[in-house]
Design a protein around this ligand. Sequence first.
Ligand code: SAH
Length: 344
Amino acid sequence: MKNTIDKLRKNGFLQKEEFIELIKNRNEKSFRYISKLARKEREKVFGKKVYMRGLIEFTNYCKNDCFYCGIRKSNANAQRYRLSETEILECCKMGYKIGFRTFVLQGGEDLYYNDDIICRIIEGIKKNYSNCAITLSIGEKSYESYKRFFDCGADRYLLRHETANEEHYKKLHPKELSLENRKKCLFNLKEIGYQVGCGFMVGSPYQTVENIVEDLIFIHKLKPHMIGIGPFIPHCETCFSEFQSGSVELTLFLLSVLRLMFNRVLLPSTTALGTLDLKGCEKGILAGANVVMPNLSPIAVRKKYSLYDNKIFTGDETAEYNLFLRNRIKDIGYKISEERGDYI
Ligand code: SAH
């Protein structure tokens, strides 16, 4: 196993069969080894820095009906909300004060926010906070829309591919959605010049180790700047309410694999990981992650952006909590950076 891990570190890639074996035969010992190498790699490039992104969940309306997602269209019990431009700017203002230099605008695919409105929001943020980066995470759009947002000042785009396997994709999504289009969007975003993030859920229903390896191979082909992975967590109002959560341990192992594949990638220790494990955030960083994404959405709407059950609910937007977070990171020997933290 050690040899395979050394090879992964050296080449940044493995043959399909080797990946499968590495994941299937993982154990405590191989995790200790791979996470140690992953930490070394991340420290070579980023030192002890952990970048902070402020997540603003600005709408939970969604025209899509992804089977796993709590804000899917057909969840009639979701209390829907939209933030106004003023409210979004207010989130940025609070975030800026406590050191955030990246704002992530995430939402369901909500056509109320047409391209003009999205551009106005981007321009509004850039006017007030010109030294900050804007990341969009608003789903699948046309090339032209992506281009407009980029020309208005958006810097990065997060669009998890969710799974790189056609069959598996169909088991997670209604027939209106296609993996082909999702991938196309990712390549369009890259072509336009965004820093692009893809990713997938670990332990989503029907996922096999072979599927995960297909994800790794797809990611290798895309060469993204950011990769978001977190455990699947069921939501009570979805088709998958009876499924089990994904494994924290496998998520951590995969974070280390990804760090060895892409030593410069921006890799968050995700909220879903922190939801399943009280120390998930720290464990993610120790496995090779170098980004945290605290929530800056207004308290009043926070619970309504419920993608899965029991999402952690902390006072992320407050100076007190931010200090607490900084201390948690410091306690494991790392340091929150107040830089924009672009891909280098
Ligand atoms: N509408 C945007 C944002 C989606 S929400 C888009 O289409 O990209 C962001 C991510 O949350 C999704 O990409 C998905 O991977 C993750 N997510 C959704 N439901 C989840 C669940 N039940 N458990 C864990 N992660 C989930």
